[in-house]
Design a protein around this ligand. Structure first.
Ligand code: AMP
Length: 305
């Protein structure tokens, strides 16, 4: 099944306890499409970059089977730039700089060849842009999944609520779930958020795993305890890309299959954090992915006599 991803393609500057980078390639849609490339071959991207974005990186996405016909290049514009700093506790980070640049007034054009997509991943970007993408699809996808962040809850809440009403699945972290709902209990927060539109909700808890909510059902997926987390940037997007890539590959959006998808997403995210930026994601093998998934199975399966 085909997957369409929209979201930021960016330059990031990162600082973690392990080191510092100058501008490296990042962005929600970059991580999502790279992670999804290990599952689905019909991997279509809609995003915008400036003339300063390196052609080699676009080639790299193409080499991973990502269709970049929908990647607009604004020659005289600057690519979205984000800078963040992590402390010892890598579950929280400070955003130092967000420069929307070409992303601010992006008009997402959907190439005709992308129409009819069965799976839509609205990665983190301006909520009004996310909504425009839905409106421009001739046929409603089988599953629309959305990721967002605290920035949009703070500066574009009405737009965010209006797109939330149109999506099937929302993925956010625990802090954002509390901000969006005004509830501390994640169970209460989930109820309130699902009443805003999405029938399914994933709340990510960083190194403490992720919760999947649908109706009255809850499933919990652990994160793999790693000896070293080098750089958590993109873990949430990589998780989303692995999750929806797996759903698209299996063409099954049942709750049972979402449980498997969440494990695949978590496995992909566990690779992402092992190196800076997208480094670890660009040359994984199927064997590595399968054996990592098995580690997740071993981590939490037990028998009760
Ligand atoms: P994650 O660590 O999965 O939450 O996502 C990190 C990525 O999100 C980075 O590569 C950033 O370029 C991107 N990002 C950060 N802030 C924003 C924003 N306001 N809109 C879109 N993408 C963003």
């Amino acid at each position: 099944m085909s997957l369409l991803t929209v979201g930021s393609v960016a330059f990031d500057a990162l600082e973690t306890p392990f080191g510092k980078t100058d501008k490296i390639i990042g962005g929600a849609a970059t991580y999502i499409t790279l992670a999804a490339s290990y599952f689905t071959k019909q991997n279509n991207l809609v995003a915008v970059v400036g003339g300063d974005f390196p052609k080699e990186m676009i080639d790299l996405l193409e080499e991973h089977g990502v269709n970049t016909n929908g990647l607009e290049i604004v020659q005289d514009g600057k690519t979205f730039f984000w800078s963040g700093k992590y402390h010892e506790d890598m579950n929280t980070r400070d955003t130092l700089i967000t420069e929307l640049n070409v992303m601010e007034h992006f008009d997402p054009i959907i190439p005709d060849s992308y129409q009819g997509t069965e799976f839509l991943m609205l990665g983190n970007t301006v909520p009004a842009t996310q909504k425009l993408v839905i409106e421009r699809l001739a046929k409603r996808p089988k599953l629309i999944m959305l990721d967002t962040m605290n920035l949009w809850m703070n500066i574009a809440l009405d737009d965010l609520k209006s797109v939330l009403a149109l999506v099937d699945l929302l993925t956010i972290n625990d802090e954002e779930a509390r901000l969006l709902s005004g509830e501390y209990s994640l169970r209460k927060a989930a109820k309130k958020i699902m009443a805003m539109g999405p029938k399914t909700l994933i709340i990510k808890k960083g190194e403490h795993g992720a919760l999947l909510f649908q109706d009255d059902r809850i499933f919990f997926a652990p994160a793999l305890p790693l000896e070293e987390v080098f750089d958590p940037t993109g873990a949430g997007d990589t998780f989303a890309g692995g999750f929806i890539g797996y759903l698209a590959a299996t063409d099954d959006i049942s709750f049972e299959n979402m449980k498997r998808a969440i494990i695949y997403g978590s496995a992909m995210a566990s690779f992402c954090v092992e190196k800076f930026g997208t480094e670890r994601l660009v040359n994984l093998s199927q064997e590595e992915i399968n054996s990592r998934v098995q580690e997740f199975v071993n981590l939490s399966s037990f028998e009760i006599q």
